[in-house]
Design a protein around this ligand. Sequence first.
Ligand code: ADP
Ligand code: GLC
Length: 475
Amino acid sequence: MKVRGRVLSVASECVPLVKTGGLADVVGALPGALAPLGWEMRVLLPAYRALRARVADWPEVWREEGLWGGPGVVRMGQVDGITVLALDAPHLYDREGGPYSGPHGDWWDNPQRFAALSWVAARIAREGLPGWKPDVLHAHDWQAGLAPAYLAYGGKAGVGSVLTIHNIAFQGIAPASLLGELRLPGAEFYPGGLEYYGGISTLKAGLVTADRITTVSPSYADELMRPEFGMGLQGVIAARAGVVSGILNGVDTGIWAPGAAAVPYGAADMAGKAANRAALCAEFGLEVPGPLAILVSRLTDQKGIDLLPGAMPGFIEGGGGLLVLGSGDPALEAAMRGLEAQFPGRVAVRIGYDEALSRRMFAGGDAVLVPSRFEPCGLTQMYGLRFGTLPVVSAVGGLGDTVINASPAALAAGAATGVVFHPVDGLAFGQALRRLLALHASPDWAAVQAAAMRQPVGWESSAAAYATLYAGLRV
Ligand code: ADP
Ligand code: GLC
């Protein structure tokens, strides 16, 4: 395969090494999706405590002195076919806890921790590794937002830069007093540059300096330029509209495959799905005459979880059931446990993170609920399509871009793949669940499942879109 170009991807999460959300899935999937198109991608990420042992004997390919309180070493190795560059800087990353927070909340020095990651990314992009010089630096979210900025301010050496927004709710806010410490030029601190409501936002720094801005669905790209969704950055993004584009995420269709379920099934033979459903109900002590809805999610305000308690009683009364897997906001966890106590045998809740269980849920569920207030792309509705577990989604961001509502016209055309509702409130969600009950009881159900399972949700077309974007940056 002829190498068309090289990309240094920089992010704070990457499957299978570290994951808190869909960002990790996407960062981990891109190298494999781009390789057949001739784009060689390496992924730079911090060597958090859980990774250090794994990378300890990888060869050192870069050394950086003075990385905010100590040195950093980049070690290179292969994990599941991904070439990983692990930035080992124990004073920043060797800590008990998650990537962003410890037992007492967010790490106090997150601006410095991710400035260090971005600094090393920009230097490697500019100077290259032995035998490997990137053409493009691809930064993800606020954690890598300073990478395009450091590249732009320090000299680009012919390297193009892309910043992808996976979620604008997290903006990497730091006080203006850190400007010098974060090695940012004081002359750039003005409203059209680095300044953000009197402080600094590492995401904004990337937005004003990257050559291209992408986000993870076409609709979210439009939404981001509006105040309801832009969360303060709408003007910054609108000002750069000419370089903004939306490229839908894909999912790993090898892993998320009904043919790989405990009892395999496919669009032509759905008997296995019933067996998976029966096993799932037995595992959780559920007896559900109507559709079994599943929810696999971070339990946060973004995901519209607070709409469930109001909408569930009507759904349960109509014969539905609910199985929840998630963790997050303690109040939302308590609300989910409340539903379980209210509807024994019809609602079951597992608080926690469990990928194997999530797969059993997609194989055995009838519908997946994604009532998000905003959703840049969303992956679980795509898993739902793949498994014939029909998505019930709000019409925002990537949800609206990937699910076709079962309207009479769409049903007649054989195009419907799920239930889409708007606005994002309890009333509309409750109505959507009633539509789900009716659809489940109707002869159309099997046809909608088949249409859902036919949807292309893999990476092929999106990888091609990234390849075109990178190619457009070649100088
Ligand atoms: P976000 O990144 O906003 O959380 P996405 O839908 O893009 O939303 O990605 C979420 C990813 O995390 C999916 O792969 C989903 O299956 C997974 N996930 C979320 N919560 C859990 C959980 N409790 N157990 C297992 N997987 C989970
Ligand atoms: C973010 C978004 C989600 C998206 C994921 C991967 O976490 O919330 O919608 O699918 O990033 O791009």
